[in-house]
Design a protein around this ligand. Structure first.
Ligand SMILES: [Zn+2]
Length: 335
């Protein structure tokens, strides 16, 4: 069954939106209304006796609030329903032990976002090599940056489609995150080599390619460029999550190895000497027969790959693509 086997895949794709100065306040008003809706819902939930906390009752409360409070009415009805759905799901996640109890969303603690739960409302069209157009409820027809082929028009089907989206404002402005569902051939096991990754301080992420990677050099280079970009912007934990599923997507896997000592060991001769690390950035081997020197994080990344190859694995998994160190690089102890 390895040939022709299909796998359902769900992923998000985020694209930059181009909102005019007149459209930005509309999007912001919607996001503030969505957050307020959440907070009102949470207050209502805590106030109600337990037996009255039902989806139907909450739905009635949401509808009434939208009638009573003018500023809530700017939020499209579908988006308000999405707030309710997300809130109820948050409690389910809590009851099943996956998350903490839902809480109030503070103005400065939460992202501004508005949900568009119906994919068919979006009416996405590609209008240029680099641009697409999308319908945003009560905002208008908006241009977005086209960086990935999306299943729209004749490419859309029950299995391949955009099921919804979310407007998000981050430090770089307003974006749209599409929810994409696809049915794709299962990836063949990855035949490329292994790569050691070290979480560094000087070099954000040092990637040591193994000899085997020359099989597919172009793709690996692209992945590395993406990695360096993503680690600068994202939290490390999230990068690990992304790496895990991205490597799985190409038939590989992520393996963690224990970190201690990898910044003190010389990757050229294999000798660990205290104080070999010259500075945060430079590693100079203190073994008189060796004397190798180079970038400290690069050295650590090579050691990580070595640990993986000799079988020192913290997270064993089938196949292999990426090896990473489990801990951050510590500055050398001065004696
Ligand atoms: Zn050495």
């Amino acid at each position: 069954m390895s040939q022709g086997a299909l796998a359902k895949r769900q992923f998000g794709h985020r694209a930059r939106l181009v909102l005019s100065p007149a459209e930005v306040p509309v999007a912001e008003a919607q996001a503030h209304a969505a957050r307020t809706m959440w907070n009102l819902l949470h207050a209502w939930w805590q106030m109600m006796p337990k037996d009255k906390r039902t989806l139907a009752q909450a739905d009635d409360a949401v509808r009434q609030a939208r009638k009573d409070l003018d500023f809530l009415a700017v939020l499209p009805a579908q988006a308000a329903q999405a707030v309710l759905k997300t809130y109820v799901q948050a409690w389910k996640n809590c009851w099943q032990g996956r998350a903490d109890a839902p809480n109030f969303k503070g103005r400065f603690r939460s992202f501004m976002s508005v949900d568009i739960p119906q994919g068919r409302d979006l009416n996405i069209k590609r209008v240029h090599r680099r641009w697409g157009m999308v319908n945003l409820p009560r905002i208008g027809r908006i241009r977005f940056r086209w960086t990935k082929d999306l299943p729209i028009g004749k490419h859309a089907s029950t299995e391949n489609r955009i099921s919804g989206a979310r407007l998000i404002k981050n430090a770089l402005g307003w974006h749209i995150a599409f929810r994409v569902t696809t049915l794709e051939p299962k990836p063949e096991p990855h035949r490329g080599g292994e790569v050691g990754i070290d979480v560094g301080v000087t070099v954000p992420l040092a990637v040591k390619s193994a000899r085997g990677t020359v099989e597919e050099p172009a793709r690996n280079v692209a992945q590395k460029a993406g990695l360096n970009r993503s680690i600068a912007a994202e939290a490390w934990g999230r990068t690990v999550t992304m790496l895990t599923y991205k490597t799985a997507r190409y038939g590989g896997s992520l393996v963690k190895v224990p970190g201690p000592g990898t910044s003190q060991r010389c990757s050229a001769c294999g000798v660990t000497t205290a104080g070999s690390r010259e500075s945060q950035a430079v590693f100079v081997c203190k073994n008189p027969d060796c004397g190798w020197s180079g970038n400290a994080d690069h050295n650590a990344a090579r050691n990580i790959l070595h640990l993986y190859r000799i079988g020192l694995v913290a997270f064993p998994a089938a196949g292999r693509a990426v090896v990473r160190r489990a801990r951050r690089v510590k500055p050398p102890t001065v004696r």
